[in-house]
Design a protein around this ligand. Structure first.
Ligand code: HEC
Length: 200
């Protein structure tokens, strides 16, 4: 082989080797970025899970059922709100010093505002938060308005304290709620007390 052809071969081989290194490096960088994105997303979901647990969402949004030693959370219906299968309780007559009452499922509440039923927070398309955007969720928690825009959200939903959360915390809660098992459960509509629905 003539010296000039040999030099050309060497340049070509070096070029090919550099090309392989470049492709491999780009692939590594892409998978490192992908890994970081996935790690951040799962840290966000985990943060949301902890916020949901520490802010008692289950206490009102997960129905209770009777166990051998008393009422326990029905985790097969976790965060799915007041069960559509439960009878819609007739508003109790609240008299004297008693002004509020709760249903046996722990998911319906009666008081001067009427009767409120906890919402289905699972990602079910039609009966849960399926169609809710992150913005709607944050807006509802911040303004205390149903869907972030319409009627006032009624007691005992503690939106005033949740409104104090940072955007990051509310986004983490929303991200977690998108990951829980969807449960189809059409919660009954809020029943205002005729003259005294609470205007927040
Ligand atoms: C003390 C009981 C209680 C707790 C605790 C609670 N909620 Fe609620 N929540 C309710 C009730 C009752 C409603 C239904 C109110 C209504 O229909 O106006 C509701 C409604 C909602 C809605 C629907 C709002 C809308 O626009 O209609 C969302 C979303 C929600 N809660 C999220 C949460 C999250 C997230 C947590 C925990 C961080 C939580 N709730 C904790 C009682 C509670």
């Amino acid at each position: 082989m003539s010296p000039s052809r040999w030099a050309a071969w060497k340049v070509a081989a070096l070029g090919a080797a550099l090309g392989v290194v470049a492709v491999l490096t780009a692939r590594d960088l892409a998978s490192a970025a992908d890994y970081r994105r996935r790690a951040e997303a799962s840290a966000k979901v985990e943060r949301g899970r902890r916020l949901v647990l520490t802010h008692s969402c289950n206490d009102c949004h997960t129905p209770v059922k009777m166990g051998p030693r008393g009422p326990v959370r029905d985790l097969s219906r976790m965060l799915s709100g007041h069960p559509a299968s439960a009878p819609v309780p007739v508003e109790p007559a609240l008299e004297g010093p008693w002004v509020t009452a709760g249903s046996a499922t722990g998911t319906a509440f009666a008081g001067p505002w009427g009767v409120s039923f906890t919402a289905n927070l699972t990602p079910d398309e039609n009966t849960g938060l399926g169609i809710w955007s992150e913005e709607m969720f944050i807006e509802a928690m911040r303004t205390g308005r149903h869907f972030g825009a319409s009627r006032p959200i009624q007691p005992p939903m503690p939106w005033r304290s949740l409104a104090l959360m940072t955007d990051e915390e509310l986004k983490a809660i929303y991200a977690y709620l998108r990951t829980i098992p969807p449960v189809t459960n059409p919660v009954p509509d809020y029943q205002p007390r005729v003259c005294s629905a609470i205007e927040n």
